[in-house]
Design a protein around this ligand. Structure first.
Ligand code: 6PG
Length: 508
């Protein structure tokens, strides 16, 4: 078949790590790709990898050296996938496509980690030029290659055209067991199972959901790191011993991709120094911003997400390395208490339960945030479907997502995961161990901000009466901000004339 004909099914712009792997995934699933990147080398690398993987059979990727050539090689109406950095690059590419003659019924799909409000704006901005659609992608390099989780949103018409392709390339889950159907080899395709790709809602909804996914990812990662810290510094275990414990934990309710990779990271040794990797990696965490966006959104929406926010703070604190060098030499440590072997074993079990309960709370926060945002923007998010998408392919994939799917299938409009029968029962069953683990880590002086934020969240949600009554009194005292009374309708506002000699309550 001629390489110059307009016989390509999908146009692809941006052949970085994610882009190249998505292209190879599309090709494995029978789609012919027209690929363009400002850096020719990246296109050549994708073509070379494809040739090597297919033993130089008919090329499945056609390299293009301009936007015009890319459009010319595609079947009409055109379908173009962008895998470019979030931000102004997306708009630059869109403008270039307009310059190259893109048509009104062509579809452009943004797969980057774009800010959801940018996506809303872009749909409006480009509506006369083409259909701007978005689909957040999770799963990193390997997910992109062998099956990511996909969170598409925007024009329902565009979804009818994108759906077959997205269903083909997405990770798949066995519907009976809720477990991922692994795909690990180039050329391998999986046709059975439920694809981790479902329409999320109107423009912006998909990127919002992906943002919350990343907020939960931050929380999950931080809580595993805090558990590692307790085991390492508090119980004095070495990397291999901790890897063994995590490996055990990964066989039960904590079975997850993040736990699995933590085992591998902990076991890895540097060839040069023969030391464990974690002992030579500088303890300053990076971040690209999606966790921060989730924390900011939770504050804006007024939805508590303390575990997620704490995970963002933990990354910030880690970046103050030089200040920590000073403060660690000035501030004193708590007195260390020796533990017997039996006490250590008990502490490990308690920590397992603390991680599990804290994880439930982090997910409860993420799902509640999506529920409030959905109501505010009228997205009508389907939480069972979102939990299903996250069962495989994405970074937070875990056995646990099946329990969340089940909870939302039992009650689609669940106010909080905490009130689901299964999760409420799990939390009460393990709460004593959870409290013990938090108390012990605190006495040992190990920072466990995310784990304890979850416990505090649980306790706040568990209390019918919070000290906000005193707080309202304080506000009324210095600012006449008024308060409602429990014995009168909430809409009635009261104030105490604090400055008078005989302060009386008045209705205002
Ligand atoms: C995913 C990841 C991916 C990426 C994030 C996190 O779902 O595949 O979340 O989107 O790893 O950008 O990056 P930071 O940790 O650097 O913020």
């Amino acid at each position: 078949m001629s390489k110059n004909m307009n016989d390509c099914d999908v146009g692809f712009i941006g052949l970085g790590v994610m882009g190249k792997n998505l292209v190879l995934n599309l090709a494995d699933n029978g789609y012919r790709i027209a690929a363009f990147d400002l850096d020719d080398e990246k296109v050549n690398a994708a073509i070379a990898q494809d040739a090597a993987e297919t033993n130089n059979a008919e090329p499945r990727i056609v390299g293009c050296s301009s936007y015009t050539e890319l459009l010319a090689k595609l079947k009409a109406p055109h379908l173009i996938v962008l895998s470019v950095p979030a931000g102004e690059v997306v708009d630059n590419v869109c403008q270039n496509l307009i310059g190259a003659g893109i048509q009104a019924d062509d579809i452009v799909i943004d797969t980057g980690n774009s800010l959801w409000t940018d996506t809303v704006e872009r749909e409006k901005t480009y509506k006369d030029n083409f259909i701007f659609f978005s689909s957040a992608v999770s799963g990193g390099e390997v997910g992109a290659r062998f099956g990511p989780a996909l969170m598409p949103s925007g024009s329902p018409y565009a979804w009818t055209r994108v759906k077959p392709i997205w269903s083909a390339i997405a990770a798949k889950v066995d519907n009976e067991t809720g477990k991922p159907l692994e795909r690990t080899e180039p050329g391998q395709i999986i046709e059975q199972g439920e694809p981790c790709a479902d329409y999320i809602g109107p423009a912006g909804a998909g990127h919002y959901v992906k943002m919350v996914h990343n907020g939960i990812e931050y929380a999950d990662m931080q809580m595993i790191c805090e558990s590692y810290h307790v085991l390492r510094e508090g119980l004095g275990l070495d990397c291999d011993e901790i890897a063994d414990i995590f490996e055990q934990w990964n066989k039960g309710v904590l079975d997850s991709y993040l736990m699995e990779i933590s085992v591998e990271v902990l076991r890895y040794k540097d060839v040069e120094t023969k030391q464990h990797l974690v002992d030579i990696v500088l303890d300053k965490a990076g971040q690209k911003g999606t966790g921060l966006w989730t924390a900011v959104s939770s504050l804006e929406v007024g939805c508590p997400a303390p575990t997620i926010s704490q995970a963002v703070y933990a990354r910030s604190i880690s970046s103050f390395k030089s200040l920590r060098k000073v403060t660690s030499s000035v501030l004193s440590n708590p007195e260390a208490e020796q533990m017997s072997e039996e006490e250590k074993q008990q502490a490990i079990e308690q920590l397992h339960d603390a991680l599990y309960c804290s994880k439930i709370c982090a997910y409860a926060q993420g799902f509640q945030l999506m529920k409030l945002a959905s109501a505010e923007h009228n997205w009508q998010l389907n939480f069972a479907s979102i939990a299903k998408i996250w069962r495989a392919g994405c970074i937070i994939r875990a056995i646990f997502l099946q329990s969340i799917t089940d909870a939302f299938e039992r009650e689609a409009d669940l106010d909080s995961l905490l009130v689901d029968d299964f999760f409420a029962e799990q939390l009460s069953k393990y709460q004593q161990n959870w409290r013990q683990a938090i108390a012990k880590a605190t006495l040992m002086g190990i920072p466990i901000g995310a784990l304890s934020a979850s416990l505090s969240y649980y306790d706040s949600m568990r209390c019918e009466v919070l000290p906000a009554n005193l707080l309202q009194g304080q506000r009324d005292y210095f600012g006449a901000h008024t308060f409602s009374r429990i014995d009168k309708p909430e809409c009635e506002k009261y104030h105490v004339e604090w400055s008078s000699e005989n302060p009386k309550i008045i209705r205002v």
